[in-house]
Design a binder for this molecule. Sequence first.
Ligand code: SAM
Length: 273
Amino acid sequence: MTSETRPGPAPESNPDTDPDTPMEAEFDTVAAWTEGAVRVLGRDHAIPAACRGSGSPADLAWLAQGLDVRGDQRFLDAGAGLGGPAAWLADDRGDAWHGRPVLTEPMVHAAASARRLFGFPTAAAVSEALPLPTDGVDAAWSLGVLCVTPSRADMLGELRRVLVTGGRLGLLVLVHGGAPLPEQPEGNDFPTHAELHDQLARTGFRVDDEVEADRLPGAPPSWTERADRVEEHLRRHHGDHPAWRQAQEQEQVMGRLLRERHVVTTLLRTTAV
Ligand SMILES: C[S@@+](CC[C@H](N)C(=O)[O-])C[C@H]1O[C@@H](n2cnc3c(N)ncnc32)[C@H](O)[C@@H]1O
């Protein structure tokens, strides 16, 4: 089911209901609290705070180079979270690109917060059923999303439907290293490298380029300082909440898997063929 989010008041409001799953805790409840933190700490905190999973601006720059959005091209961020990456892209490509990103994100509080933070058209929707016409966008990216669901092939098929032939798709995917995982973060489903490439080929995407995010520079101090201030604000105001603890545990598991290279953050530039 999809529904368009509307800009609303209550920027400090929190989702009232307790999250049912660690994914909801991390991607909906904490995401919505983050909007409140940005209101307190200042606009310059919005983009680093709202890049949830996409990490470094160097990752975004590498992907943006492949997308090369320009003129009035139509761009989709699928599974946009709080919308930070799309806002980064709009800033980065501002001289060459006059289009506005369209965002889709299934967690309704996160989608509403993204809409209020950046003002981009945002729909609450899963990527397996995008509320967009066939051939509706010229370029897209989906960051940290293909690894949170087993329905990757459906997502990729849907992204292929909405992209024009020749359109570019940027992906950030946490790829399974192959050995059994020592621990499993709830809700995630990491493809192996072979599975991902096979699914991309089957759904009509050619991989043009690929890099491990570890090979690119980390975020600069000015970025991490702002992200850290937001994190500290959230801890101070919500640290006792079960959703915060659930999200923290989930993040810690992910951190260990990444450090030990059980999963590898992989960036791909692809073309719809
Ligand atoms: C790691 S976060 C990344 C968010 C954002 N792309 C970013 O990089 O900041 C993963 C996002 O995927 C969203 N998600 C989960 N299941 C999804 C689905 N079936 N379709 C689209 N997005 C989904 C989550 O709600 C969450 O916002």
